[in-house]
Design a protein. Sequence first.
Length: 327
Amino acid sequence: MRSKAELEAAIRGAGRAVLMVNVRSRRGRRLYDTARALLDEAGLEFAEVHPVGEPDRLGELFEKVLARDPDLVVVGGGDGTIAEAVGHLAHRDIALGVLPLGTTNNFARSLELPLDLAGAVRELRDGKVADVDVGWFEGTPAGGAHAADPDGEPGTRHIFANMVSLGLSVNVAEQVPHELKRVIGRAAYAVTAARLLPRHEAFKATIRIGDETYEMATHQLNVANGAHHSGTRIARDASPDDRLLAVYRLGDHRRLRLASATARHVLTGPRRTLAEEEFLTTDQVHITTDPPLSVDVDGEIRGRTPISVRLLGNALRVIVPQGFVDT
């Protein structure tokens, strides 16, 4: 592995760069030509350009692209597209560049990237190479079989960039109408949540961190590596480069508490800290639920509880603004 400085020098020199844009998404399709023009104006050259119209084939395309050893892979899309990229680029001597073309762009926000396309392109040109944390998820396959545990029991495994979620948000992600998302953007998630909440049942979660066990009832439980959830900062000191997972619930077993906790999360997230009692911070956590629940990992259903989540520190190289604190 080259040092970050060596990789950055290679990218700024005659390094090999690849551009991949999900043009199936609303903003990707609408802004693809604009993105190409801005990248050209910034003097950024690409050995390969792939407008991706079939997101299901992203994994196959990444394997082909990475076989040619690029120095930089710039990916345009939402959090789902970026999650696919992170899974392929973690632990590689390759930098990921992000064009935020999604609805919430949680990962781009956590990297402190501008959300406007011109600003994001400017950071690709002027930014630096940093290494940030990612998460490692192990869960029970949706069809049953084996559960994951800290001792390595086989299960379904995925690297993730931002968030593992249990509860109402999983139902929302499954049922939010695509047409509504296209028309009103991320507000579609709030509208869908309001529709589903009156019928949503609370669950009991048992959280094991080291030798400590915590039990709680809730409608929503999150394990965050990144700093944002639903486009909102979870805490002012949360970062994808802090060597911490943040475990937190929204509300308790009462439905109205979920609504008020979500509102408080939106209003106070930029001011609160991870030291406050609503957060459990760790580098590894094991969670069981009653009843067993589907689990959302960076926007995709990746299995069921029980699950184990652990941190992979400094496992991903990314292009970030010069002011990003790289630890």
